[in-house]
Design a protein around this ligand. Structure first.
Ligand SMILES: Cc1ncc(COP(=O)(O)O)c(C=O)c1O
Length: 410
C-alpha cells in the first residue's frame, strides 16, 4: 500500500478512485458459497438477485435468428429501431408514458443506464438522495463518479418506503438526483400512489432535482397492488424523470444484458455520448431477443409471477412463524427482508457470537450452508435479504436449515 498526497490509501498501479471500493456483499457471499461448494459442501445460495427461470423460448429464438441473419455488426449507439419501437409501445401501453423515439435509449442492462445517467450529470460533491434500504450499486456508482450519496433510512414501520417529509428534510442546493426504486430491491416494498404523489409535490417545489425511477421489478408485484410510474402520475415532472427498466428480471434475461430508459431528449443525448465512448451500445443479438420478449412473452411473465407469488407466500409464512425473526410482507420483487434484532448477542451451535447481521450471514453460511446477504450491504441492519428466486425444493431445504440454525441460537 502507498499513500498519495491526499493521504488516501491506494494499491500500486490503481487509481485513487478504487480506494475503498469493495465487491458488493451479494457477490462476496456468492463467491464464498461457491468456494464451499467446491469443497464438497451442499450449499444453497439465496444471495443473488436473479430469476431462476429460463429465458422464454421466443426470446432465445429471436436472438438466434438475429445471429443467423448477420445482425452481428456494431449496433446503433441508442439501440435498434425495432427494439426502441417495442419499448415505446411498452411505455405507452403499460406505463401510460409517451416517449418519442429519440427520448429512448437501450444499454447493457439498467446498470449501464444508471452509470450513463450519473456519469452524464454528476459534478464532484453533487448529492444523490438514496432511500435505504437500497440496491447496493446506487451509492457505489454515485461515489465512483464523484457524487455524494445521501442515505435516508426508510424504517420497517413505514414499510421501507420514503415519506415526503423525509425527502424534504434532506434536499439541499447540491441535490442532483433522487433515486426511487419501486418495487424495491432489497425489501420488495411498493410505493403507493399516495406516497408517490406526496413525493411528487416535494419535487415540484425543487426544480433542480432529477429523478431516477428504477422500475425494473414493475411486473413482479402482488396482492393486487398496482405499479405507478412517477412520470405518468405527476406529468409536470416528466422532463426531470429518467424512467429506467430492463428485461433482466421480468423476462428472466439477466445474462443478455439489455436495459433501457425513457427521458428528456437532452439527458438521453448526453447519456448516448457516454455510451458511444464506453461500450458502443448493447449486443445486437441480445437486442433482438429483448424485442421478441417485449412483443411475445407476456404469458411467460404471468407464469413466472404466479410462481414467485406462491414462493413469497410460503417464505413469509415460514419466516413470520420463526421465533426470533420478524418478517414484513413484501408486495413486489423476489426478496424477503426479515429482521433479526432478537438474534443479536446470541451464540450459534458452533459458538460464534452474532454481533450483527454480517456475523449472522457468515455463520449461517459456514454452519448451515445457506448463503443470504446481510442488511448492512443495503444500508439497513439488522436484516437479511433472502432471494426466493429458487425452486420450491431448494427453498424448502433452505428454510429448514435456517429454522434449525435459529432454533440452536443461545
Ligand atoms: C433495483 C435494480 N435495478 C437495476 C438492476 C440492474 O439490472 P440489469 O440486469 O438490467 O443491469 C438490478 C439488478 O440486480 C436491481 O436490483
Amino acid at each position: 500500500m502507498i499513500m498519495n498526497n491526499e493521504e488516501i490509501e491506494v494499491e500500486p498501479g490503481l487509481s485513487s478512485r478504487m480506494d475503498g471500493f469493495e465487491a458488493p456483499e451479494t457477490i462476496v457471499m456468492s463467491m464464498r458459497a461457491r468456494t464451499l461448494m467446491a469443497e464438497g459442501k451442499k450449499v444453497i445460495s439465496l444471495a443473488l438477485g436473479q430469476p431462476d427461470f429460463l429465458t422464454p423460448k421466443i426470446a432465445i429464438e429471436g436472438g438466434y435468428q438475429a445471429a443467423l441473419e448477420g445482425k452481428t455488426k456494431y449496433p446503433p449507439i441508442d439501440g435498434f429501431l425495432s427494439l426502441k419501437q417495442a419499448i415505446q409501445k411498452k411505455f405507452k401501453e403499460e406505463n401510460n408514458l409517451d416517449y418519442a423515439l429519440d427520448e429512448i435509449m437501450v444499454a447493457n442492462g439498467a446498470k449501464q443506464i444508471l452509470f450513463n445517467a450519473m456519469m452524464a450529470t454528476l459534478n464532484p460533491g453533487d448529492e444523490v438522495i438514496i432511500p435505504a434500504p437500497y440496491w447496493a450499486s446506487y451509492p457505489i456508482m454515485v461515489q465512483f463518479l464523484g457524487g455524494k450519496p445521501v442515505h435516508v433510512i426508510c424504517p420497517e414501520y413505514n414499510n421501507f418506503v420514503l415519506k415526503a417529509g423525509q425527502l424534504e428534510a434532506v434536499i439541499t442546493s447540491r441535490t442532483k438526483w433522487l433515486i426511487l426504486n419501486s418495487p424495491s430491491n432489497p425489501t420488495g416494498a411498493v410505493w403507493s400512489k399516495e406516497d408517490l404523489l406526496a413525493v411528487g409535490e416535494v419535487l415540484k417545489a425543487n426544480p433542480h432535482i432529477w429523478v431516477f425511477a428504477d422500475e425494473i421489478y414493475e411486473h413482479l408485484i402482488f396482492d393486487g397492488q398496482h405499479h405507478y410510474s412517477l412520470a405518468a402520475l405527476v406529468p409536470e415532472l416528466k422532463n426531470r424523470i429518467l424512467t429506467a427498466n430492463g428485461v433482466s428480471k421480468t423476462f428472466a434475461m439477466p445474462g443478455w444484458r439489455i436495459g433501457y430508459a425513457g427521458g428528456v431528449r437532452r439527458l438521453i443525448k448526453a447519456m448516448m455520448k457516454i455510451q458511444s465512448n464506453s461500450t458502443s451500445g448493447a449486443c445486437g443479438v441480445s437486442q433482438e431477443a429483448a424485442t421478441a420478449a417485449l412483443q411475445y412473452a407476456q404469458k411467460d411473465i404471468e407464469l413466472m409471477k404466479l410462481a414467485y407469488d406462491q414462493r413469497r407466500k410460503k417464505m413469509t409464512a415460514v419466516f413470520s412463524a420463526m421465533a426470533g425473526i420478524s418478517c414484513n410482507i413484501p408486495q413486489g420483487a423476489f426478496y424477503i427482508y426479515p429482521g433479526i434484532a432478537e438474534c443479536i448477542g446470541k451464540k450459534t451451535a458452533q459458538g460464534r457470537l452474532i454481533k450483527n447481521d454480517q456475523d449472522f450471514s457468515e455463520a449461517l453460511l459456514e454452519e448451515a450452508y445457506v448463503a443470504v446477504v446481510p442488511g448492512s450491504s443495503f444500508g439497513l441492519s439488522p436484516y437479511l435479504r433472502i432471494s426466493y428466486a429458487a425452486d420450491d425444493a431448494v427453498l424448502d431445504e433452505a428454510c429448514q436449515r435456517i429454522i434449525e440454525f435459529v432454533q440452536n441460537l443461545v
